[in-house]
Write a protein that binds this ligand. Structure first.
Ligand SMILES: Nc1ncnc2c1ncn2[C@@H]1O[C@H](COP(=O)(O)OP(=O)(O)OP(=O)(O)O)[C@@H](O)[C@H]1O
Ligand SMILES: [Mg+2]
Length: 326
């Protein structure tokens, strides 16, 4: 099977499975139609790479690429980050600053973890996306920006709309075209090429034994490619021989996952919960380190754990059996 080695905006991408080739084809098509794209998929599945692929394939590829993690900042800071501010707009605003929207003018703005936007920012963003001119904080003059918006989330936005956490009008505006990045377990043909790619980064001579490859292929990878990369790096460090055997891989690979994966109600957030539990398990419950491992903010992790605890109290929830310490 041919293995594609691509680079999008400096991020290398190894693609072998037909499922991922389809995703890239969708990205290419979306790139040509100048519409908003919503990228969904579990944590660590490669959403940012797909977002960068869209920019790369688009006519805006030589124009600015600006990304913002919507979970990274508290509300007030987020507003001035996205929309900019004038000097003196609030205490500490010593100089005027352009917002990220302005910086993305003629290019692409990537809104990562978009489900984390608070309600007021959701309204403001919707208006700007609808082409309504806006003010920098404290400004007198309105500005209008032409930025192509790509958003990504590892959450079930349908559900967030259902519970009132996310505006349905913004959901539809962002999701003019949706690309779902399949989790690694749905594209097993990518596992070994990716593992070998990460291995080659760390060692010229190391290679996987047949049994190690079999173990890598059968594991469900709840943390997806990020988890796979960590497992490979750990294996290179702990292996005593150039041949990496199954014993050099994390013990959870031999147990069929840390916890039983529910066979019914396989919702995205259920798998996400698996990834979070795996990360907490591996960091012995250390929230900051678990968040780092998952590539999400500590705030997002805390919010998700709170949500899971609430669901756990709900007898209708199919994932109740998973135990979550407070
Ligand atoms: N096809 C791929 N080839 C090589 N590396 C990859 C590939 N897909 C993802 N990665 C790497 O795996 C890591 C996770 O990918 P990425 O950041 O795109 O995930 P994500 O879906 O945005 O996750 P999250 O929801 O946690 O933000 C990154 O370091 C990325 O470079
Ligand atoms: Mg990401």
């Amino acid at each position: 099977m041919p293995i594609e080695r691509l680079v999008f905006g400096g991020m290398p991408a190894v693609v072998a499975s037909s499922a991922m080739l389809d995703v890239l084809e969708r990205a290419r098509r979306a790139a040509h139609a100048s519409i908003a794209v919503l990228i969904t998929g579990e944590t660590g599945s490669g959403k940012e790479i797909v977002a960068r692929a869209i920019h790369h394939y688009s006519l805006r590829c030589s124009r600015p690429w600006v990304d913002i993690n919507c979970a990274a900042l508290p509300e007030q800071l987020m507003e001035s980050e996205i929309f900019g501010h004038e000097k003196g707009a609030f205490s500490g605003a010593d100089t005027a600053k352009a917002g990220l929207f302005e910086l993305a003018h003629t290019g692409t703005l990537f809104l990562d973890e978009v489900a984390e936007l608070d309600p007021r920012m959701q309204v403001k963003l919707l208006r700007v996306l609808d082409g309504v001119p806006y003010f920098r904080l404290g400004a007198q003059k309105k500005i209008q920006v032409d930025a192509r918006v790509i958003a990504a989330t590892n959450q079930d936005l349908d559900r967030a709309v259902g519970t009132g956490r996310f505006r349905s009008d913004l959901y539809h505006r962002l999701g003019e075209f949706e690309i779902r990045v399949p989790p690694l377990r749905e594209r097993p043909d990518d596992i070994i090429p990716l593992a070998e790619y990460f291995l080659a980064h760390h060692s010229d001579q190391a290679h996987f034994s047949g049994a190690a490859k079999a173990a890598l292929r059968q594991y469900p990878w709840p943390g997806n490619i990020r988890e796979l990369r960590n497992a490979v790096v750990n294996a290179v460090i702990s292996a005593r021989e150039y041949e990496i055997g199954p014993g050099d891989l994390p013990a959870r690979l031999h147990r069929g996952g840390l916890r039983a994966v529910p066979t019914s109600g396989l919702r995205l957030d259920g798998r996400e919960r698996e990834a979070i539990l795996t990360a907490l398990d591996r960091t012995e419950g250390h929230h900051q380190r678990a968040a780092d491992l998952l590539g999400i903010s500590r705030r997002t992790l805390t919010r998700k754990l709170k949500l899971y605890r609430e669901q756990q109290a709900d007898p209708a929830d199919p994932h109740r059996e998973i135990s979550l310490a407070p």
